[in-house]
Design a protein around this ligand. Structure first.
Ligand SMILES: [Zn+2]
Length: 302
């Protein structure tokens, strides 16, 4: 009898200890506004986070129309990661509607913003360029900012977030040197590219390329006929052959431009959105590995 009681007591004690022991922690729910930020959060967060990306791969984060499930995802989130620099004009209302109290981190904090002049093909007035991630030096700032926000939201895993951020920042610094090496092989006079909208301002400045685009820094601005005519003449006069589609914009405009100017469409660039998983640009790093050799090869034909 005593033996049975002791076993029973041991069993009760064991159950008690099991109940008191911390269960495997729930992952931190993080909402990222678009796929490039979603990938950065995944790289830094590892298994400690569960990431929901609002704008799907191939979607346009400038003109996104949120769905009711997006407000639900934000309401359930422990952290919301946004680009800022006026990229997500639709976001403030969504956050308000969700009633969330989760901290909202602006990944571009600490980046020096580029102000676009009104000399672009669209004739748009000066505005802040949101595409700061297209410079890998800025990408490293994004990663540090995201890592600190994760560490604050989930202090138990702070060491892991910072360790993964260190490794990822090193990878991005190596990639940055590789991009410079690739572009440096193109003679400076040939470094001119046409794209659908002005998504490569930071890339252009960082790596020494001139990008010309019929649309402005937002896909929401329509190019004018006069702006298009001017751009067509420039393509002809400067013998620019490198003309690229973007994965998230309407291809018809560039097709028309190619026809009028005699330039050839050299492929697709990933600017504001990644490809679906398994595609040619399904991570922030893969996006540069895809875009840069395509750009370099097309510019050599200028
Ligand atoms: Zn854009």
């Amino acid at each position: 009898m005593r033996q049975v009681l002791t076993s029973l007591a041991l069993a009760v004690l064991t159950i008690g200890l099991l109940a008191a022991a911390p269960r495997a922690a729930e992952p931190l729910k993080v909402v990222a506004t678009f796929s490039i930020l979603g990938d950065m959060v995944t790289q830094v967060g590892g298994g400690a986070v569960e990431v929901v990306t609002l704008v799907p791969p191939g979607g346009d984060a400038h003109s996104y129309q949120p769905a009711p499930k997006d407000a639900q995802a934000i309401a359930a989130a422990g952290l919301v990661v946004v680009n800022g620099l006026r990229m997500e004009g639709w976001l403030d209302r969504l956050i308000l509607a969700s009633g969330t109290r989760a901290p909202v981190v602006v990944a571009s904090s600490g980046v020096k913003p580029l102000i676009m002049g009104d000399e672009g093909g669209s004739g748009a007035k000066a505005a802040t360029d949101p595409h700061a991630w297209q410079n890998l030096a800025n990408g490293q700032i994004y990663v540090r900012t995201i890592a600190e926000a994760l560490a604050n939201a989930d202090p138990a895993n702070a060491d892991g977030y910072r360790r993964r951020a260190d490794a990822y920042v090193k990878e991005l610094a190596d990639l940055d040197r590789w991009v410079h090496d690739q572009i440096d092989q193109v003679p400076p006079a040939k470094r001119k590219v046409i794209t659908s909208h002005d998504a490569f301002g930071y890339f252009a400045k960082a790596y020494g390329i001139t990008f010309l685009a019929p649309s402005g820094i937002s896909t929401e601005s329509e190019p004018t006929a006069a702006g298009l005519g001017k751009l067509t003449n420039q393509i002809k006069a400067e013998h620019i052959k490198a003309l690229f589609l973007e994965n998230m914009t309407d291809p018809r405009l560039l097709a028309m431009l190619a026809k009028d100017s005699g330039a050839v469409i050299g492929g697709t660039l990933y600017s504001d959105s990644l490809s679906p998983a398994g595609g040619p640009a399904d991570s922030y790093v893969a996006m540069f590995r895809h875009n840069v050799p395509a750009l370099a090869a097309a510019m050599q034909k200028n």
